[in-house]
Design a protein. Structure first.
Length: 357
């Protein structure tokens, strides 16, 4: 019997995602560990420190994944009662993830500094633990407002090679760098399954966690974004505070027959992941009240912009390429327009012509 396949709304039939890999393929396949080893063999100049870093990211991701899956049973829903530097309520899982990633990385000899959404100041690895050659910037748990409803959340990260010499104390100039200097970026998404999506500058690859054996397996090699799609992700509740050009573009794609669909989860990492696999543009634009947008440049926009470009897509702040931006502070914010290249370019042309909010 044959069954007709129905494309996702907003997605052309010939762009449908390939059929999902089967478990047997994973068992015979490439583990994240093997991928890390092969990447290291191709870059002996990294002296194994880059591999150590990625292995520790994998470990922390598995710890957080296990905790997320049991959060409702372990009393891990809800807040800690504290407010972070962003003025947002800290959730128990925000704190757990922040600690898990820092603990995994600070003794491994591979990083010199860790910048986190949850910490006001960077954490500099003391010289006695060996102040290593990489800088790690992270949003330990993105989408925290979705924790208590079991919706998808994730960890987003970017890796830079430090500018100051290894073994000496790092400083803020090692961290505040343009996105063009990123050497690796990725995210781990804790959804109906756990996946790590990673780029070391040679394409974007997705690894699915088999929780029974605690190992990530390559499930989505060489993820590519088509030039365009007809799916958009934005919080339309803010439409009244958008600029006229932004409102005009959204009105246009909603005209009868335009064929666009909308999806918005409210976790950047989940919205981005869906759009990366199925096609779509995510927008968190500037508003008159918040011309700098909401999302943070260093550990939200940069890593996802790196992945989008590596997959053939694009990311701008409405006028400029995101990766060209230079953060002036740890928690600098930016508007973000990210996804399929032709769609991002079109919105960027319209917003640029308007001259900003
Ligand atoms: P975080 O949970 O790390 O603070 O990030 C929340 C962000 C992002 O995940 C999401 O895209 C955005 O907030 C949603 O904001 P709105 O509720 O304003 O749409
Ligand atoms: Mn976030
Ligand atoms: Mn967060």
């Amino acid at each position: 019997m044959t069954t007709a396949t129905t494309p996702e709304p907003g997605q052309a039939g010939d762009e449908a995602a390939p059929s999902a890999p089967r478990l047997e393929q994973f068992e015979e396949g490439i583990t994240l560990d093997r991928f890390i080893t092969e990447t290291a063999n191709a870059h002996p100049e990294n002296k194994g420190k880059f591999s150590a870093l990625l292995r520790q990211v994998s470990l922390a991701s598995r710890l957080v994944s296990a905790r997320v899956n049991r959060a409702g049973l372990l009393g891990m829903f809800g807040g800690t009662g504290e407010v972070n530097v962003q003025g947002e309520y800290v959730q128990k899982l925000d704190e757990y993830a922040n600690t898990a990633f820092k603990r995994a990385l600070d003794h491994a000899g591979c990083v010199c500094a860790i910048a986190s959404e949850e910490d006001e100041e960077p954490y500099y690895v003391p010289e006695r633990f060996h102040s290593g050659r990489y800088v790690f910037a992270m949003d330990p748990l993105d989408g925290s407002s979705n924790i208590d409803v079991n919706a998808t959340i994730g960890t987003i990260f970017a890796v830079f090679r430090r500018k100051s010499p290894e073994g000496t104390p790092a400083d803020i100039d090692d961290i505040l760098r343009p996105g063009t200097e990123i050497v690796a970026a990725g995210y781990t998404i804790y959804g109906s399954g756990t996946m790590m999506v990673l780029s070391t500058g040679e394409g974007v690859h997705g690894f699915t966690l088999d929780p029974a054996v605690g190992e990530f397996f390559l499930s989505h090699p060489d993820i590519r974004l088509q030039p365009s799609a007809k799916l958009y992700s934005v919080n339309e509740g803010y439409a009244a505070s958008w600029t006229p050009a932004m409102r005009g573009w959204i009105e246009g794609i909603k005209m009868p027959g335009a064929g666009w669909a909308q999806r918005y989860i409210g976790s950047l990492v989940a919205d981005f992941h869906r759009n990366l696999l199925k096609g779509g543009i995510f927008l968190y634009p500037a508003t008159k009240k918040n011309p700098e947008g909401k999302l943070r440049l260093l550990y939200e926009a940069f890593p996802l912009a790196f992945l989008a470009e590596q997959a053939g897509g694009a990311a701008t702040d409405g006028r400029r390429r995101v990766l060209d931006l230079q953060p002036d502070q740890l928690h600098t914010r930016t508007p973000l327009i990210i996804g399929n290249k032709d769609n991002v370019d079109e919105v960027t042309r319209l917003l640029s012509a308007e001259g900003g909010p």
